[in-house]
Design a protein around this ligand. Structure first.
Ligand code: ADP
Length: 260
């Protein structure tokens, strides 16, 4: 709360009272704080790979390039860091595109089953090479919602990609689509590492990660779930998660069903 107090005087200059203006600035402060934190996070996330690329390049140029083993090792690190940088820039651009799109996304009536099948087919190679199994549980009839299919594809990619990253080989991922009177519900389930209860509230925030080192090692940027939430919000749906550490996680999102 911001309080501005000014004296109120009569013509002779004698104090006649005070005027107090009370401003509730907590909301503004909160937004400012979120923005500053975001910029700090982005700067930090971008600086880390750039510093590594610069450092290893300089060491190579200083002579390390003439030792074949070291040279190869360093170039692999540079390649990895460049890939991280590229993912970050890609995710940040996605986020800002979504944020600027407010209320003017292009939508079409689409069978959600079809998007799930297409996305699953795209991720098949990645799932196989991680030693995981993917099961789809789709209703027999089309479930149609008014959506931007590229965006819903992105939501599914991010959720399935996470299920892959945080599940050990031999594990199982399930994507289930169901419907009730008004909503279509899509669930992505895994039997992976799970998420501690204390972190569940925060994982949809930008850059929030339960275990930074693990996320980094898996190629994560910490932006995937915030993109998911943004897109689903834009579609008027909701997102949520149930998870038990050591047992697995279930992420779900809802979409408004088209009237038949
Ligand atoms: P990241 O790029 O780090 O995966 P996300 O925004 O996609 O970022 O997810 C945020 C965090 O939520 C992750 O770092 C991880 O700690 C946790 N998380 C997300 N999905 C899962 C999952 N399926 N199983 C376990 N933890 C998960």
């Amino acid at each position: 709360l911001e309080v501005i107090v000014s004296p109120f005087r009569d013509q002779s200059g004698a104090l006649n009272g005070v005027v107090a203006v009370l401003h509730d600035i907590s909301q503004i402060r909160k937004l400012e704080k979120i923005r500053t934190e975001f910029v700090d996070n982005v700067s930090h996330e971008l600086k880390t790979p750039v510093t590594a690329i610069k450092g290893f390049t300089e060491t190579l140029l200083d002579g390390a390039m003439y030792q074949e083993d070291t040279c190869r090792e360093f170039i692999e690190i540079i390649d990895n860091e460049a890939a991280r940088l590229s993912r970050l820039v890609h995710d940040l651009l996605d986020l800002s595109k979504i944020e600027s799109k407010h209320a003017q996304i292009k939508t079409n009536p689409v069978d959600i089953n079809e998007i799930v099948r297409d996305t699953a087919a795209k991720l098949h190679g990645q799932i196989d090479s991680s030693g995981l199994e993917l099961k789809l549980a789709l209703p027999g009839q089309p479930v149609v919602a008014e959506v931007n299919s590229d965006m819903i594809d992105q939501v599914l990619i991010n959720l399935i990609d996470n299920a892959i990253k945080y599940t050990y080989a031999g594990g199982r991922i399930e994507v289930e689509v169901s419907e009730d009177d008004r909503n279509i519900v899509v669930r992505v389930r895994d039997n992976g590492i799970g998420i501690p209860a204390a972190d569940l509230d925060r994982i949809f925030e930008r850059f929030y990660r339960v275990d930074k080192t693990r996320s980094r090692a898996m190629g994560g940027t910490g932006l995937g779930l915030s993109i998911v939430k943004h897109i689903v919000d834009l579609h008027g749906g909701t997102v949520g998660v149930h998870s038990t550490p050591g047992v697995g996680s279930e992420f779900y999102f809802t979409l408004l069903k088209n009237a038949r």
